[in-house]
Design a protein around this ligand. Sequence first.
Ligand SMILES: [Zn+2]
Length: 500
Amino acid sequence: MSKLNFADFYQEYLDLLGAYQLALSTMYVDQNTIAPKKGAFNANKAMSILSSQAFAIENNPETIAKIREYASTLEDGSLEKQEITIRLEEIADSENIPADVYRRFVQTRNDSETIWHRAKENNDYSEFRNILEDLMNQQIDLLKYSPRFHQDNAYDVLLDTYEKGTDQKFYDEFFSVIKKELIPLIHQVQNAKQIDTTPIEISIDEKRQAEFADKLMEFMQADPQRVYLSTTEHPFTDFLGKDDVRITTHYYPDTFLSAILSTVHEYGHALFGLQIDEDFYGTTLANNIGSGAHESQSRFLENHIGRSEAFWKALYPSIVESFPEFKDLTPEEITRLINVSVPGLVRTEADELTYPLHILIRYEIEKMMADKTLDYDHLPEIWADKYEEYLGVRPNTDAKGVLQDMHWSAGNIGYFPTYALGSAYAAQLYEAMAKEINVEEELAKGNFTAITDWLKNNVQHYGASKSMKEIVEEVSGKPFDPTIYTNYLKDKYSKLYDLK
Ligand SMILES: [Zn+2]
């Protein structure tokens, strides 16, 4: 018997919404992988028709009233009640927004994405400036229709939306640890003897990389009956159903390691979808996982497994077979080369050590956006000053500066911090796992599922029924502690760069 037993009307509601969602996700994946470009206009039109239908079904006032009534009959603490509580919280955030206010917001958001693309291409922030301010202010003003909003907590509400149980106070403390512990370490690494990366600067064509990606998926024991890898412009993962997850990657001829690590990263996201308690599929317990929680799983696999020496040792025979160019490098040398840390301007190209500082910069700017104190005229300078302060580098173009990420153009404030938080959660989870499993030994045996089973049994099967903060505490036996993350980085980079 299923763990979740809903009233018929509610199960039908979930199934209907699930059918729309499957259609829309399938179209989204298709558009972003293999669909011919010229078909986009027609597909976009069909998608907007289907999504407004789904929205109307989901937010039908009569249905909502029925769900509220039904919720009151459910036992507190039951999974059914938990599922519906998550849904009703989401509904409460949006149901009082006047239709014209929401329509204007959606219109501005669509325009903003188009304008951002153009501004980035033209390397000109001034084209984007006005719509960015307008969109951010509209996004913040929408919060006043939510029962969670009380005057000064706009950013708190936004942060909690992306990752349950977090607010500005929580992140302020988190980032103060990051600053205190990592900035001196980054300086030490910069002053140490630098690692020569020329041995991996070899061009490898897309076809050979794709062949290797299949071996990589096999090495990670990914089930080809349930997960499918294809290529795209900006890698993402999409969840189509219980046994159907699509992951994507991008093959760059000159940086072939980037596709390997991004495939490992996306497979981490995929696993979360594949290893949730089976009965949660199609419900908010599967669909409403926070982005910090998700990122904790992708970064776990990417940083703690994919960047480890044990991983490269185990993968070494296939690497040399596919890329004989590397036969003169040992697995130790490859590991060193993929972990090189050099402060740069672009978040998505950042190494593991400097990455959280890219996020800190965005966090500090978002706080000003949320309380409407940001000087949008001078945003590029504010951005550049922070890069100079924290990373010692200064962008001289908008494209490599404030225009590099798409998040703000889509009205997402509060999303960025989850990337850094996810990495820190991952470090604490890894510490707990390493007490139970000899990772090196399991990888050497080719037993990748020892790792993924641990993640399933300790973390992923909960879906959204527990917050990642709770899971981390439960699994490690202590409250979330960001110094576990910073100590892990200190340890790793001290060894890598021979620091005192
Ligand atoms: Zn990710």
